[in-house]
Design a protein around this ligand. Sequence first.
Ligand code: 3NM
Length: 211
Amino acid sequence: MTKIKDQLGLYFIMGSQNCLHDPIWTLEEAIQGGITCFQFREKGTGSFQGQEKLELAKALQSLCQKNKLPFIVNDDLDLADQLGVDGVHVGQDDEHISIVRKAFPKAILGLSVSRADEGLAVSETEVDYLGIGPIYSTSTKEDAKHAIGPEAVRLLQQAVPAIPRVAIGGINQEHVTELMQSGADGVAVISAISQANDPRSAARAFVSKLF
Ligand code: 3NM
């Protein structure tokens, strides 16, 4: 099995509320463009609930399965359980990671952090990767904290070197080199791909800087 560290390179995240075009088409195009991992984050103003959310999740999961990409669900543990997903991502205010690990012993578990002490508070048996952000300012996440800058990635690398790191928040193609030089294993993006007129080309532009 490929290690998650090697799958974080271009980590695309979205829900229907983030997409300029149809979300299923957007993910298809992003996959063609070379994304390496996907997180379903159906959250915030205008997001689907209930059956509509479930149906979309199933369609996106199936696309990931066909293309052998990890399908990770943000926060919704019931949905993650129901679909038998590859991974779960939680934030500091969601269910505690140790509880998530007990519920999903074999899944890929990701945790959002913005400070070194939040990384130091977890062990590498509980967490498979850290999402570090927001690196730059973003308007995509309604309750995003203030930007912490690329040096936060270096601080987390020094604090917990064994846990892989993906940078998130306000990232576009021009930031990739700086972030990888700061110790990131990959970049996680929403709007740079989901709001692009041509998500395939947007993903390709990241890939050309990453690999
Ligand atoms: N989490 P965009 S920032 C989902 O800091 C999310 O943990 C963040 O969207 C964090 O790429 C963020 O459009 C939004 O800026 C990322």
